[in-house]
Design a protein around this ligand. Structure first.
Ligand SMILES: Cc1cc2nc3c(=O)[nH]c(=O)nc-3n(C[C@H](O)[C@H](O)[C@H](O)COP(=O)(O)OP(=O)(O)OC[C@H]3O[C@@H](n4cnc5c(N)ncnc54)[C@H](O)[C@@H]3O)c2cc1C
Ligand code: SF4
Length: 510
């Protein structure tokens, strides 16, 4: 009796128990589908990376002897739709059972449940064996609690998985080294040469063109540098441990015009496609750290572990707790359109020109660029979170809804009213100047609030606080800012608001 097993494009986990033994009665199926390339407009590098990852995964499994059917986007047998794909191969293989790994996206989870309800054969869903947590673990942990504080979830995870713990206490005596992770980058340490793979992806680009898939963003056809095979992903992890970990925490929040990546790991695609597991990443980093503890300070490592064991698992838990309602939340009632320069990077605001420009050329920006430059501007200009979400979901190499929407709609746009973040992440030009060298070459002056040379973030900031004051009146963490707002002279506030309106109304910011 044959069993048909579906593998989705972000389920490239070769260590899954499914693949540990070859069985001639099991047929695996995987396809590059228009359903997935078209549900939002993606950056071309994102589509290419997923296709390369999927192809490499299927080749590895075929080489190990598994019975694996793989359909390219241009394959004439490809129905381009999940339901038809499953039904076609159930029929062709005469399989009597259908199995799939639980998807991480609500959209696909619902679709697969619907498909299975209509199948004439038995079906079963199994875990992806990727995350540390089950879908409902966060929900159970916070049962009865009003606030879902990430820090308490993270501490529970450290204890539960015995990560950086000594005799029940956090290694080094502190849970959190956030305070020491806020240095500005002034060229203090040498940044090693980038690890690039220089792959020729002309064939995949041609296939995308031939099949009419619409993408955006840039790509160098003969110099594609994202890791997409298991070996490449492992080498990026080793490179991070050996070259970047030593300064990761220090410059985690820093931004620089000449350094796109600083000491960030760039393992998000490898993990979100499940080529690498979070446990594998954390174990490798800790092993390296304990071997070199005299050279690497604990703050560099804790900062990294917190992102993966804390934030990443936390966002997944929030997603499954709050979906599907989460996708429509707009608690701050923001309705403005996304400025055009989000699609071109062309603006006189140097910080946005760099952060958006880099997103379009590399399908990557690091966390603080996403949060405190791009997201900050979108929130201050009160852009509709649906448009913000679509942009973030399309543009980044690592954007998959469960981790994109919680970060964008929640952490960055406060559209969930404070489920993820206790206060909105907004700032004036001052913070941007503190953490970057963007302001130095900018046409605007971060020190000025009014006048045509004044940094737009300044007027936008006070305007935002004023317009949204009703929403924040009971938020203790906003009390200081609200006090400052209340102390503003009426005339100055009016002038700031007038300038903010001009910025918001302008076709390109203003
Ligand atoms: C508005 C916004 C949108 C974002 N969208 C995504 C997204 O679509 N996909 C995505 O993977 N991350 C997203 N993030 C989180 C974070 O920006 C990226 O994970 C990170 O920039 C990836 O680069 P890196 O691998 O070099 O990360 P590093 O800085 O080296 O961090 C290591 C790893 O920690 C994890 N991590 C760090 N921060 C977060 C976080 N806030 N949530 C979840 N995991 C985290 C990632 O897996 C990352 O690879 C978003 C953040 C913001 C503010
Ligand atoms: S002055 Fe303002 S707009 Fe210019 S880079 Fe600084 S924060 Fe950005």
């Amino acid at each position: 009796m044959k069993t048909l097993r579906l593998v989705l494009g972000d389920q490239l986990n070769q260590k899954h128990s499914w693949f540990q033994k070859v069985d001639e009665n099991i047929v695996y199926i995987m396809a590059e589908m228009r359903q997935e390339t078209d549900y939002v407009k993606h950056h071309i590098q994102k589509v290419v990376a997923f296709f390369l990852g999927m192809r490499s995964f299927s080749e590895d499994l075929k080489a190990k002897g598994h019975n694996f059917i793989y359909l390219n986007i241009t394959d004439e047998n490809n129905p381009q739709d999940l339901e038809q794909f499953i039904k076609k191969y159930l029929q062709e293989t005469s399989a009597k059972k259908f199995e799939y790994q639980l998807p991480d996206e609500y959209r696909l989870d619902e679709q697969l449940k619907r498909i299975c309800n209509n199948l004439e054969v038995e079906s079963q869903a199994v875990d992806t064996e990727h995350f540390y947590t089950e879908r409902d673990e966060l929900q159970n942990f916070f049962k009865g609690k009003k606030q879902l504080i990430m820090e308490s979830f993270y501490r529970m995870m450290r204890k539960k998985h015995d990560i950086m713990m000594v005799n029940g206490q956090p290694d080094g005596g502190k849970w959190n080294y956030d305070q020491s992770n806020r240095k500005k980058w002034k060229g203090q340490a040498e940044i090693p040469r980038e690890l690039g793979f220089k792959k020729d992806v002309s064939v995949v680009i041609k296939e995308l063109e031939d099949s009419g898939v619409k993408t955006f963003g840039e790509i160098e056809a003969k110099n594609f540098s994202w890791p997409t095979s298991r070996l490449e992903c492992l080498s990026v992890l080793t490179y991070f441990c050996e070259e970047l970990l030593v300064h990761f925490g220090d410059y985690q929040d820093a931004m620089h015009t000449q350094q796109k990546y600083l000491f960030h790991s760039r393992v998000s695609f490898a993990m979100n496609s499940k080529i690498l597991s979070p446990k594998e990443v954390i174990d490798t980093v800790l092993e390296h750290y304990y071997e070199h503890a005299n050279q690497i300070h604990i703050s560099q490592v804790e900062g990294f572990i917190r992102q993966i064991l804390g934030w990443r698992e936390y966002m997944r838990g929030i997603y499954w707790k709050e979906m599907p309602e989460y996708a429509n939340l707009n608690k701050l009632e923001n309705h403005n359109p996304l400025p055009n320069f989000f699609w071109t990077g062309k603006t006189k605001m140097n910080c946005l020109s760099h952060a958006i420009g880099q997103s379009l050329t590399d399908a990557y920006a690091h966390h603080i660029q996403r949060l405190m430059i791009i997201g900050n501007y979108a929130l201050l200009t009160q852009v509709n979170p649906d448009e913000v979400d679509n942009w973030y979901l399309g543009v980044y190499i690592d954007a998959i809804e469960w981790v994109e929407i919680t970060n964008t709609r929640g952490m960055s746009q406060f559209a969930d009213g404070g489920i993820v973040a206790t206060k909105p992440y907004v700032s004036s030009g001052n913070y941007i100047n503190k953490m970057s060298n963007y302001c130095g070459d900018c046409s605007y002056k971060h020190t000025e609030k009014l006048g045509e040379n004044a940094c737009p973030f300044n007027a936008l900031y006070w305007n935002f606080l004023d317009e949204k004051k009703e929403h924040f009146k009971n938020n203790n963490r906003m009390a200081m800012m609200m006090n400052l707002l209340n102390k503003k002279e009426e005339r100055e506030l009016r002038a700031l608001k007038e300038r903010a309106q001009l910025i918001i109304a302008g076709p390109d910011g203003f």
